[in-house]
Design a protein around this ligand. Structure first.
Ligand code: AP5
Ligand code: MG
Length: 214
């Protein structure tokens, strides 16, 4: 099964993708994570992406489509969760070609429907475990034991440089202008499933499970 998780910054794409990885063994393909890894390593792609990401704007379609192409085959057996990709009409076309070349298809496009104002609080309170990347939130999702990751027991947590209010507003504007308009393309194909992304993490997960098992 191959699915897209679609929604604005902070909608919960990464949180839900990681649950699907843990519970179903699916493979998360997050272009944001791939780009952050490239920035951290200082690769040519990372050098080109760094400032664009810090400004909250979109990295070029060619770069992110190539990244997905490089990582796609790792998800052949267990299925892919596309997290943060596609984000433009060109990327949607690129994905269709990449899948078709491999004889694969999309099963669901899951839209996390959210209230944008609430997302600013979600994003500015977000942190992740520095060792395993598990996501947390200062208010909505704290570790069971303070300062200790539930998943790996790590004690260090980090925050993203683009998680400040000004950049978040730009990221949301980019979503509205370039990403939301690809929904009708998938609606025509009958692939869009809507989930209330304002419900709790567990309720959202249950709704996604119902779609995947339905
Ligand atoms: P990317 O990394 O994809 O960021 P994003 O889309 O802005 O989304 P986020 O990762 O911020 O949010 P999320 O939906 O994953 O939410 P999360 O689960 O963490 O992209 C970053 C940048 O890279 C882009 O701006 C762009 O520059 C570039 N880029 C990436 N892909 C690209 C592409 N395809 N094309 C061009 N450029 C690209 O949750 C957020 C917080 O809320 C967490 O703290 C979490 O614990 C909490 N939370 C989650 N769910 C709930 C819930 N149900 N209730 C309460 N709290 C919740
Ligand atoms: Mg994410």
């Amino acid at each position: 099964m191959n699915i897209i998780l679609l929604g604005p910054p902070g909608a919960g794409k990464g949180t839900q993708a990681q649950r699907l990885v843990a519970n179903r063994g699916m493979v998360q393909l997050s272009t944001g994570d791939m780009l952050r890894a490239a920035v951290a390593k200082g690769t040519p792609v990372g050098q080109r992406a760094k400032e664009v990401m810090a400004a909250g704007e979109l990295v070029s379609d060619a770069i992110v489509s190539a990244l997905i192409g490089e990582h796609l085959d790792a998800s052949r057996d267990k299925g892919a969760i596309f997290d943060g990709f596609p984000r433009t009409a060109h990327q949607a076309e690129a994905l269709e070609m990449l899948l078709a070349e491999r004889g694969r298809t999309l099963d669901h496009v899951i839209e996390l429907v959210v209230d944008e104002e609430a997302l600013v609080d979600r994003i500015t309170g977000r942190s992740t475990c520095a060792s395993c990347g598990a996501p947390y939130h200062d208010t909505f999702h704290v570790p069971k034991v303070a300062g200790t990751c539930d998943i790996c027991g790590g004690h260090e947590f980090k925050r993203r440089p683009d998680d400040n209010e000004q950049t978040v507003r730009t990221r949301m504007a980019e979503y509205r202008a370039k990403t939301a308009p690809i929904l009708p393309y998938y609606e025509e194909k009958g692939l869009v499933r809507r989930v209330d992304g304002m419900a709790s993490v567990e309720e959202v997960a249950a709704a996604i499970d119902a779609i995947l098992d339905g």
